[in-house]
Design a protein around this ligand. Structure first.
Ligand SMILES: [Mg+2]
Length: 228
């Protein structure tokens, strides 16, 4: 059995800046500032890392950031309820048929590895018309600031769930940024990169993913590549 760990933003869905907006509103509520969020590259980073980087830039001390993270996460969920329904979030090309094809397979276990915090991930997926419950395991940006630390958490859940061993050799990480490719590498997993986020094929290619695709639209080809 293979474990496929999908990133959310730019890979499964386009949320049209909804995530950034929820984060900015929540940071203003809790810390009075969203720091230099307009100049900051969020791509591939965990929400915990984003918040920490942005608040450090405004000289808010680390202990104050850490203490207030649970409140901040609750405010993100709160703002999600108004921001997400108007975001026109949508699945990336081919995602719906691909997930439908993967979902029924006994040789594939679907999961998430995302910088989103745990309660926001299902909200975003549902806003884009995807069923969050098909992802049987998940590791989230609320669990660790460093994305590279997330796949082992999902692998352990997969092992607990199936009683089968999961490690890099039978895990695939699908993402849209150089940090997703590095996250796969750091865990010995296969790196699948898709150019449906902010990064072009040319840029992603520089990070040497195992598989590089313009998008996930060609269901048959993507299935063959994932099964290979
Ligand atoms: Mg992404």
């Amino acid at each position: 059995m293979k474990l496929i760990l999908f990133d959310i933003d730019g890979t499964l869905i386009q949320a049209n800046g909804a995530g950034k907006q929820m984060l900015a509103l929540a940071m203003e509520d809790v810390f009075g500032t969203a720091g230099p969020i307009e100049k900051y590259n969020l791509g591939g980073k965990t929400d915990t890392q984003i918040v920490t980087d942005l608040l450090r830039a405004t000289a808010i001390p680390d202990h104050q950031i850490e203490t207030n993270l649970p409140t901040l996460f609750a405010r993100m969920v709160h703002h999600g309820q108004t921001v997400l329904p108007t975001s026109r979030a949508a699945p990336c090309p081919g995602v719906k048929p691909l997930l439908a094809a993967l979902q029924g397979r006994p040789d594939m276990l679907l999961g998430l590895v995302t910088g989103n915090i745990e309660p926001v991930a299902p909200l975003k997926l549902a806003a884009a018309g995807l069923d969050p419950t098909i992802f049987r395991v998940g590791a989230y940006g609320s669990q660790h600031h460093d994305r590279n630390q997330l796949p082992p958490l999902a692998m352990k859940q997969a092992t607990d769930l199936t009683k089968l061993q999961f490690a890099g050799y039978n895990t695939i990480v699908v993402g849209d940024t150089p940090l997703d490719i590095q996250c796969a590498r750091a865990n010995g997993a296969k790196a699948v990169a898709v150019a449906t986020g902010r990064y072009t094929l040319t840029t992603l290619n520089q990070y040497k993913p195992d598989i590089l695709l313009p998008n996930l639209a060609d269901t048959e080809t993507v299935l063959q590549l994932l099964l290979a």
